[in-house]
Write a protein that binds this ligand. Sequence first.
Ligand SMILES: [Zn+2]
Length: 76
Amino acid sequence: MVVLILILLGLAISWIGACAIWPFAACKSCGGTGKSPSPTKKAWRLCGSCEGKGRRVRVGRRIYERGLGIDEKKRK
Ligand SMILES: [Zn+2]
């Protein structure tokens, strides 16, 4: 049982490390395009979820920053 916990802990640390190096993933709402198309597909507006950036910060990156004590407001 202890071995299983150690394996899971190792995987979690690896995942957080990967999120630290590659902090962004494609926005779930627009799929990374940053656009929210109209029903006709001819017009579009900026995606509301990512504000047109087409990206989102991965959950592991937030955990990593919280662990380091990085203030998200100060970074901007
Ligand atoms: Zn988006």
